[in-house]
Write a protein that binds this ligand. Structure first.
Ligand SMILES: NC(=O)c1ccc[n+]([C@@H]2O[C@H](COP(=O)([O-])OP(=O)(O)OC[C@H]3O[C@@H](n4cnc5c(N)ncnc54)[C@H](O)[C@@H]3O)[C@@H](O)[C@H]2O)c1
Length: 371
């Protein structure tokens, strides 16, 4: 198969769909790989590195779109990219179609076979192609929080781990899923006094077994939340209720009970956020202050560590990309119901139920595509 990747053109997106190492794997499987010149700049991978891995470098994205059978990207295609897709071409990337009627309309019109990273499943019922970005965001949340706690940034002037003779900072992590687990791991590793709140007893049990005495677990109810938030130097918002808006667990009123200069990092901001006073910010201007409390609410945290994020993403996307390239999309999807779950648009039809329902479009079962 001819596979290709292009330079991401969404604002401040530095990740890339294929690393040189992924190109190497595809080439070793006998596939031709076209890479737009400069596609890997954001991760420090130049054209020569891609060429050595077996890629053919082409000057313009248009040439990649025109020649390849499968495009591997990171972000949803932008309007100018959507206009270059053609019937039967495979698009393999994050799509997030449910809130995006324009993109969905264009993908339907393109006739392309569109596989969305975010809806590919695994045997444990998870979303394995989303997981690495949650791992990155969870780990980054502690770095971001530690910086925001510095006095010059509006924080209390507290070092997370303390020093001998001075107590460490108190970190409350709300939500003990992928983001929360990774945040807790970083905070505990730095020596902070960590409490993780969740309302799922099984999650609490797993966290308890993993962290032992390095982090406390606490059931998430109003009273416990209020107490932890009031005591914390740093609060991480890491809650997710699949398919629903994030509940506002920390009200504007609760900020009054907090220590001045404490920090809230709302990782869940991409789903609306779990603090009432949260609004999305950017890496260029990541924080703002309400009631003396520093808020960090960057919606695309992994973008700041494009290199780590790209490699983490490729680790999970490449195995599927290889199977699609080796077998053709139809056979690859027919063999793997979890990859089939990623099919969102095919031959002008919406094949993912939630997208069709949310946008009021007719739904076609993905099974039809592989029949
Ligand atoms: N800002 C970013 O750049 C970025 C990057 C990755 C993920 N995220 C977001 O981070 C959020 C968390 O993602 P995740 O992968 O960890 O999800 P997850 O499903 O792994 O974990 C969510 C956890 O929240 C818990 N929870 C639900 N209601 C709760 C409540 N009332 N109190 C305490 N805990 C509660 C669940 O039991 C679960 O353990 C999501 O909104 C996700 O979209 C943001």
């Amino acid at each position: 198969m001819i596979v290709g990747t292009v330079k991401e053109i969404k604002n401040h997106e530095y990740r890339v769909g294929l690393t040189p190492e992924s190109v190497h794997e595809l080439a070793a499987h006998g596939h031709a790989v076209l890479v737009e010149s400069g596609a890997g700049e954001g991760i420090g991978a130049n054209d020569a590195l891609y060429e050595r891995a077996g890629a053919t470098i082409v000057a313009a994205a248009a040439e990649v779109f025109a020649k390849v059978e499968m495009i591997v990207k990171v972000k949803e295609p932008q309007p100018v990219e959507r206009a270059m897709l053609r019937p039967g071409q495979i698009l393999y990337t994050y799509l997030h179609l449910a809130p995006d009627p324009e993109q969905t309309r264009d993908l339907i019109a393109s006739g392309a076979t569109c596989i969305a990273y975010e809806t590919v499943t695994d045997a444990a019922g998870g979303l394995p192609l989303l997981k690495p970005m949650s791992q990155v965001a969870g780990r980054m949340s502690i770095q971001a929080g530690a910086t925001a706690l510095e006095k010059a940034n509006g924080g209390r002037g507290v070092l997370l781990g303390g020093v001998p003779g001075v107590l460490p900072a108190k970190v409350a992590v709300i939500g003990g899923g992928v983001v929360g687990f990774n945040a807790a791991q970083m905070a505990a590793g730095l020596g902070a006094d960590v409490t993780i709140l969740d309302r799922n007893p099984e999650v609490l049990e797993k966290l308890g077994i993993h962290f032992e005495a390095r982090a406390k677990t606490r059931f998430s109810n109003r009273a416990n939340l209020a107490e932890c938030v009031a005591e914390a130097d740093l609060v991480i918002g890491a809650v997710l209720i699949p398919g629903a808006a994030t509940p506002k667990l920390v009200s504007a009123d609760m900020l009054k009970s907090m220590k001045k200069g404490a920090v809230l990092v709302d990782v869940a901001i991409d789903q609306g956020g779990c603090f009432e006073t949260s609004h999305a910010t950017t890496h260029a201007d990541p924080t703002y202050i309400v009631e003396g409390i520093v808020h960090y609410c960057v919606a695309n945290m992994p973008g700041a560590v494009a290199r780590t994020s790209t490699y983490a993403l490729n680790n999970v996307t490449l195995p599927h990309a290889l199977r699609i390239a080796d077998l053709g999309w139809k056979a690859a999807l027919a063999r793997d119901p979890h990859l089939l779950a990623g099919l969102n648009v095919w031959e002008g039809k919406v094949t993912y139920r939630a997208v069709a329902d949310d946008l009021g479009l007719p739904y076609t079962a993905a099974d039809e595509a592989i029949a």
